[in-house]
Design a protein. Structure first.
Length: 442
């Protein structure tokens, strides 16, 4: 199996975390899947991902004290494999797992994904549960000195133990049986609790990759959280499909501004089946599971900036909103076909220039005459953003036009058309905003 063919373009979908935190249930997942099938699927959106602690009883019930309740009851089978909590996912009863829910989502023409923590449940180790396909038990393969700094559910797995690989093999065999298409594995991209070795779980990434190959199902592997380590780019590219280049991304301007640095760092590592991940899109209604339901704090201009950067960089797009509550403006942001086209495998986005007040990115489809230029304004007020025409064309290896030749510039968010002639491409851009132009010779 060639993992680089599992996702030919950056995955696009919905993840339950930003709105529900740990509390999402089956009815809510289905409601969001129904909405995606009706309103977003035709534009390339296809993944429905159930995020963290779908196996935990009482998740979210002590939110004022704990995001993840220490030593709470977890649903698992006799081999230490976590199962959906039947109180929130009633179709999972009698060992059915997520198969009924996956079948429902597949029936809508969509794909199904789940979040997992790396390793093996601490409860499985404590109870000396057997590992399927191995003579070793959970306590033998668990590494008590390898833990997550923010979630108490798991131990990491020991390196070079046949039982460790056997555990991941059994896990992926179960997920393949359920019909899982996408796994977001957490506490693995950057094990930040270990400051001296932030890539301490590299062997577990390799084990997951091997287990996916053995299971016989094309399962996309997404690694969290970041920031990913640029010196390990080769390893992410060899064994995973996506890896987070940031810690959790939320609706704050300073975090969005920082993503320009991160995209600059990772721009040359976006290839087929390998996608540096800018994290979720905090749009629409967010935060209910965190006890602070609200609309995104981003201004409309900041939302356009985020979507423009994510698309021209070719990051995966994972929406965090409660989709049935999307308004028409936000829906239009997510369904602009000409902007989303830049996610295609024929495109490659590059940064042309960046300083403290602006940035410019460019993209081009192989063999196409048109050049795309994104102008970003970092200022707190409206400003003109300009860039040398030859710099934009050179960045995407396009023939630089005669500077006396008229260029037609169509702004893809508004449909506005303007003419340009000369050595500079420029436009007035709103505060914290962006304009994305398709530029053609007149």
């Amino acid at each position: 199996m060639d993992k680089n063919r599992f996702a030919m373009t950056p995955p696009m979908g919905w993840n339950s975390y930003d709105y529900y935190d740990t509390t999402v249930n089956e009815e809510q997942v289905k409601a969001n899947a129904d909405y995606m099938a009706a309103h977003l699927k035709q534009y390339g959106w296809e993944y429905i991902v159930v995020d963290i602690q779908w196996y935990a009883y009482g998740a979210g019930s002590m939110r004022d004290k704990h995001q993840y309740i220490p030593f709470s009851k977890l649903e698992m089978d006799e081999y230490g494999r976590l199962l959906p909590c039947p109180e929130r996912f009633p179709s999972a009863v009698d060992g059915a797992g997520f198969k009924p829910l996956a079948d429902y989502i597949h029936g809508l023409g969509l794909k199904f994904g789940i979040h997992i923590m790396r390793g093996i449940p601490r409860a499985a180790a404590q109870n000396h549960l057997p590992v399927l396909g191995s003579s070793q038990t959970a306590d033998e393969v668990a590494n008590p000195s390898s833990i997550c700094g923010w979630n108490p559910d798991m131990y990491g797995l020991r390196k070079d133990m046949e039982g460790s690989q056997a555990y991941y093999d059994s896990l992926l065999a179960l997920y393949a049986q359920w019909g899982v298409d996408y796994i977001k594995c957490d506490d693995i991209c950057n094990t930040s609790i270990y400051r001296e070795n932030q890539y301490s779980a590299a062997h577990e990434i390799e084990m997951l990759h091997k287990a996916i190959e053995k299971c016989g199902r094309s399962i996309v592997l997404s690694l969290s959280p970041g920031p990913a380590l640029i010196e390990k780019a080769w390893h992410y590219e060899k064994y995973a499909n996506m890896w987070r280049i940031t810690d959790d991304f939320w609706d704050k301007w300073e975090l969005l501004l920082n993503m320009f640095y991160r995209c600059e760092l990772w721009q040359n590592h976006v290839t087929q089946g390998c996608y540096p991940d800018c994290d979720m899109l905090p749009l629409g209604w967010l935060g209910k599971g965190f006890g602070e339901e609200r609309q995104t704090n981003f201004t409309k201009e900041e939302q356009v900036t985020m979507m423009t950067l994510w698309c021209i960089f070719r990051s995966p797009l994972m929406l965090g909103a409660e989709m049935p509550k999307l308004d028409e403006w936000t829906l239009s942001l997510l369904t602009n076909e000409r902007v989303l086209a830049l996610m295609g495998s024929e495109y490659h986005g590059v940064q042309v220039e960046r300083d403290g007040v602006h940035a410019v990115w460019a993209s081009r489809k192989n063999g196409e005459d048109a050049v795309y230029a994104a102008l970003f304004n970092f200022n707190d007020e409206e400003k003109e953003v300009g860039v040398k025409t030859e710099d934009v064309y050179a960045a995407v290896s396009a023939e630089v036009p005669d500077l006396d030749q008229e260029l037609v510039m169509e702004e893809l968010w508004t449909g506005e058309v303007q003419q340009s002639r000369g050595s500079v491409i420029s436009s007035v851009v709103k505060a914290h905003g962006a304009k994305l132009f398709c530029i053609r010779r007149a």
